[in-house]
Design a protein around this ligand. Sequence first.
Ligand SMILES: [Zn+2]
Length: 372
Amino acid sequence: MKRTHRPRPGDSIAAMPAAALLPAETPPFAELVYPLATPPDSGTTVEVAPGVHWLRMPLPFRLDHINLWLLEDGPGWTIVDTGLGTEKTKQIWRGLFADRLGGKPVTRLICTHFHPDHMGLAGWIAAEWKVQLWATRMEWLWGRMLSLDDSDHAIEVGIAFYARAGMDATGLDALRQRGNAYRKGTVPPPSHMRAIGAGEIIQISGRGWHVHIGSGHSPEHACLYAPDIDVLIAGDQVLPRISPNVSVWGSEPEDDPLARFLATIERLRAIPASALVLPSHGLPFRGLHLRLDQLARHHGIHFDQVMAACTDWRSAQDVARVLFTRELDAHQMIFAIGESLAHLHNLERRGQLDRRLGEDGVIRFRALGAST
Ligand SMILES: [Zn+2]
């Protein structure tokens, strides 16, 4: 039976007795269980586990929100992830800083990974509160690099990359217009940081949060697991309803990120199946191992679809139309092509696909042994 708790609008940190919120469920799960059916309203927080508070920030995309977490940290607060680097997000933070944090300061900032909805305001929050950013070295480096690169070189490299993948002229034009999208959604992350890594236990208010590293969605994504309350802050590594994007990017055009993503799925099984998972998008849920199974199956189905499509030579753009059947705008097509390449490269490295560069400059893949 699903048990749910519906917070009332305006429920605040003080009003929500955490212990009453989340009755334990016993794995294995036949389906994902969502103990909290209603997300907090903008600018408000809800305590989802002892000392762990949930807030949401808006995103101006089809995926219209991100979940952030506030952890009670002795005399202050640890913030996990920041929201996108926009004036709107800053306004919501300012309101929270003024009214909702119970008069306690922010004493630490942790970012799960470098994507702009997660690290977009790290530089601003760190400066505002004079606190250190805690992140993996790789994520911080990517955030610093992309936010500070004001050259056009990376844009040209990206356009050449998507042209080889078979993107049409309209899509390439949209890319040119888009420019350095990371820079637009980000205040540069701080120039110094505290590096975290696999196996480290971060002490927050006497509670140990174990760092688990994921890869494939981003290079060195930090997930945080607290055994004493059985809570996993999963970032984008495990999401309940959508499959985290796993893309090849122009910066490393021969990459095989799906191998790392699938390996991470297996590694995360070390975290108990009973954990309450706090994802960056969607609702908190229980059923971690079931969700890991579903994600592995999802990619298995995509592998089959790619192989079925590649009985003849296919570009990444061709494959994207097979894997993503709904209408995609130019922004979504970037992710769809990147994700298609991730499947193509993985199958190629496993010896199942061959490739050739056409006279039109487009790379196409075909099942080994297939003939036309
Ligand atoms: Zn992400």
